[in-house]
Design a protein around this ligand. Sequence first.
Ligand code: CO8
Length: 319
Amino acid sequence: MMSMNNLFYSMQAWRLLNRGGRLLHLSPSQHIQKLSSRSNQLGFCQVLAAFTQIQRSYTERANYIHVEQDADIQDISILRFDRKPVNGLNKDFLIEMDMALEKLENNPSCRGVILTSAFPKIFSAGLDITEMYQKSHDYTNAFWRSLQNMWLRLYGSRLVTMAAINGHSPAGGCLIAMSCDLRVMASGPYTIGLNETLLGIVAPFWFMDTMKNTVGQRETEIALQLGKLYSPEEALEKGLVDILAADTEVVNVAKSHMVNWLKIPDHAREISKQMMRKKTLEKLRTRQDDDIAYFTNFIQKDSIQKSLGRYLQSLKKKK
Ligand code: CO8
């Protein structure tokens, strides 16, 4: 086992690197586990060198999430999705997003975050369907866990979270938007909703719960069965989004609302949010492994793979 001293220095090294603003692939405990299994005699410099190596190997991977501190409101950040062409949520994207949110949460001077897309017309096309198509059992498990972890982080975030939805937002894109505290959507020719049944698949219970908590039981029942994709105007009418704005104004409008939200003392707002969302979060937390097993078993059925294959083809045929 690694000595207590080395464990302490490992933690310091992790903090130093993390403070430097870099994204790390593993959690501190995972890093320490990895390092302690390699050697039980690591000194501070060796630990730091090993961390640097791990960090370097991570940043060589694609970078799909950009976070910047806002220039006007210092205690908020803007988090932009940047995975062309449609911000499809693959495993790396979801892990990066989870880590970026964790980093903001660990920064005591950060009080809010606005999620948006780095490019116009698409907020997110939802899960990258190729991640569910003809993949191994292990990969599918890991992919689903990355989605669960990102959602648990976002839905339970202590931060004020707002979605500036500057384009299409089906399925997983809609889940991300619904998990925020406030949604501002561009009033263009876009759609938002949980359209899973159109692909021949079924939205998991925690997608359903998130929608139910947003628009209520009756609307969710209809929307989920029909795989309904709402226009921005319909989404506003049903309460799926809160405000409409011009494409180029969604972030600014979200910022103007953020100012009001930040007037509320953080602790009171945070506790209220936790109390409202705790039951929904706990439901997934206590069933995470079962949910993964269910997903992998479901998605790998021949009939479901065929449906996904046909859907992927239909997306490509549009051209
Ligand atoms: N995954 C993978 N590839 C995609 C996806 C996607 N979700 N969406 C689009 N693409 C690809 C297209 O095939 C196309 O590829 P190529 O350039 O090779 O032809 C490229 O992205 C661009 O797509 P479009 O030309 O369609 O782009 P448009 O700007 O015209 O339209 C849309 C954008 C409206 C977003 C459109 O692409 C679309 O409708 N995409 C599908 C969205 C969708 O149905 N998402 C559902 C994902 S499933 C999910 O999120 C939850 C699953 C829960 C599973 C539970 C099981 C138990």
